[in-house]
Design a protein. Structure first.
Length: 416
C-alpha cells in the first residue's frame, strides 16, 4: 500500500477533528488530536523516528517552557491580577475595556512576541470577563486576534517575521516593518474591535464598570515573578537596540525566556508545584505539530503546488493570498521558509517581503490552527477556567476579519 500523501490526508483529518471536537460522547482535546496525527505518520513510516525528533523545534519548546513558568508564577502569586487593575481601572464601559485589551495586546505583542502575550494575557482576560459579567469567549477572541494582528508590524513579533528579518536582506528591519505595516496594522486592530462588537452585541450593553484590585496571594512568588517579567522586558529591549547592528542573531528569544524563568525556578519554594502546573499539554501539542508538519513538508505536495502555479508569485497581492491559504496547511514558519528562496530568485521587493510577513501572520486569524498563539490561549483557558472557543466560533469572526485585513494590507503595500 502506498502512503505517499498520507500526511496530507492526516492533516486534513486533524483539521476536521479540531473543528468538531467531538466523536460521539467523547470530547477530544486539541493536544490529543494533534498527537494522534503525529502518531499516525510516525507509525506508518511517513517520517523516521530520528527525523521526527529533529523536526521538533527545541528553540520554540524551550521558549514556551520558560514563558509558561513565568506566566504560571505571575498567575499563581496573584501579581498579574493585582497589577492589571492599574491598566484597566479607567475603562468605564465594556466598549472601552474591549478597546484597551485589543490596543494593549496588539502593541505589546509587536515587541514581546505574540506567544508571550498569549500566555500572560489569557488569565487577565478571564479575570476581566468574570469581574464584569462578560462572555469569556469575546475577550479570549479579542486577545487572540489582537496578538496576531499586532505582531505583524515588528520583526520580533513572531517567528516568521524574525525569519524574514534575518534572511531577507533588509538593511534596517525595524524601520522597514514599521514604515510598511504600522498604519495598516493599527487599522486592522480597529476592524477587530468593530467586528467583535458586531458579532457579540449583547456583551456591550451600556453600564458603568466597577473595578477592584485583587490581593497578592503569595508575596515571595510575586516578587520573583515580577523580577522574571522585568528580566524578559529588559532583555527584549536589549535585543531591539542591538538588532540593527547584527548583534541580536545569537541572542535568541529562547535565551530571554529561560533567563526570565530562572528567578522562579531557582528562588521559589514552590518551584516544583509550578513545574507540575504549567501547561504541559500545549507543549505536547507543539511537539506533535512539528512532527506532523514535517511529514507533510517531506511529501513535497505543497511545494509542488506552489511552484506549479502559473502566476506572478512576486507581486504583493499574490504573496498575501498564497501566504494566508498555505499557512493553514503547512503553518506560517514553514511557509516562509519555503517562500524565501523563491522570493530571492524572483527578486522580490521589500514590499513583497512585507506582504509575506503580513500574510503569513494574519493567516492566524482565519482558523484556530493558523497561529500558535491561538492554541496557547484556548488550551490555557480550558485548563484554568474550563472555558473554550470552538473552531466555528473562531472562524465566524476570523474569516471576515482576515479577508478585510488582507485587503487593507494589499491597499497599503500597493498604493501607500
Amino acid at each position: 500500500m502506498q502512503f505517499g500523501n498520507l500526511p496530507v490526508f492526516t492533516l486534513a483529518g486533524v483539521f476536521i477533528l479540531i473543528a468538531i471536537r467531538q466523536v460521539g460522547p467523547i470530547s477530544i482535546p486539541l493536544w490529543l488530536t494533534m498527537l494522534l496525527g503525529a502518531l499516525v505518520v510516525l507509525f506508518t513510516g511517513r517520517i523516521e523516528p530520528l527525523a521526527a525528533l529533529r523536526a521538533i523545534n527545541l528553540d520554540v519548546m524551550l521558549f514556551l517552557f520558560g514563558m509558561f513558568v513565568i506566566g504560571q508564577g505571575l498567575d499563581e502569586s496573584g501579581y498579574l491580577a493585582h497589577v492589571s487593575y492599574r491598566y484597566f481601572k479607567r475603562c468605564r464601559s465594556r466598549n472601552a475595556l474591549l478597546a484597551v485589551i485589543i490596543a494593549g495586546a496588539g502593541l505589546a505583542s509587536a515587541f514581546l512576541m505574540n506567544d508571550t502575550l498569549a500566555i500572560i494575557g489569557t488569565p487577565v482576560v478571564l479575570l476581566l470577563a468574570r469581574k464584569h459579567a462578560m462572555s469569556p469567549k469575546v475577550l479570549l477572541l479579542a486577545l487572540a486576534y489582537a496578538v496576531t494582528i499586532g505582531s505583524a508590524m515588528s520583526p520580533i513579533g513572531n517567528p516568521q517575521n524574525l525569519l524574514i528579518a534575518l534572511n531577507g536582506g533588509l538593511n534596517n528591519p525595524f524601520l522597514i516593518f514599521l514604515r510598511h505595516l504600522l498604519l495598516p496594522t493599527a487599522l486592522n486592530l480597529y476592524l477587530a474591535y468593530l467586528l467583535l462588537r458586531r458579532f457579540f452585541p449583547d456583551n456591550f450593553r451600556e453600564s458603568e464598570l466597577s473595578h477592584s484590585q485583587e490581593p497578592i496571594r503569595n508575596h515571595e512568588l510575586a516578587v520573583l515573578s515580577r523580577l522574571s517579567l522585568r528580566i524578559v522586558v529588559l532583555l527584549v529591549a536589549v535585543r531591539i537596540v542591538t538588532s540593527p547592528f547584527g548583534l541580536a542573531t545569537e541572542f535568541r528569544l529562547t535565551h530571554i525566556a529561560l533567563a526570565g524563568s530562572l528567578p522562579i525556578l531557582v528562588g521559589s519554594s514552590r518551584r516544583w508545584h509550578i513545574l507540575r502546573s504549567i501547561d504541559w499539554h500545549t507543549l505536547v501539542f507543539f511537539a506533535a505539530m512539528f512532527v506532523l508538519m514535517e511529514s507533510v513538508w517531506l511529501t513535497g505536495f505543497f511545494q509542488g503546488l506552489l511552484t506549479g502555479l502559473d502566476m506572478n508569485l512576486a507581486s504583493p497581492g499574490m504573496i498575501l493570498g498564497i501566504s494566508v491559504v498555505l499557512s493553514q496547511f503547512i503553518s506560517n514558519v514553514p511557509l516562509v521558509a519555503l517562500y524565501q528562496p523563491l522570493a530571492a530568485g524572483m527578486g522580490v521587493s521589500p514590499e513583497g517581503l512585507m506582504a509575506l510577513a503580513a500574510g503569513s501572520t494574519i493567516a492566524g486569524n482565519l482558523f484556530i490552527l493558523g497561529a500558535a498563539s491561538n492554541i496557547i490561549i484556548i488550551q490555557n483557558a480550558e485548563k484554568k477556567a474550563r472555558e473554550t472557543v470552538t473552531f466555528f466560533e473562531f472562524a465566524k469572526v476570523g474569516i471576515p476579519l482576515t479577508a478585510m485585513s488582507v485587503f487593507v494590507y494589499w491597499i497599503f503595500l500597493r498604493y501607500v
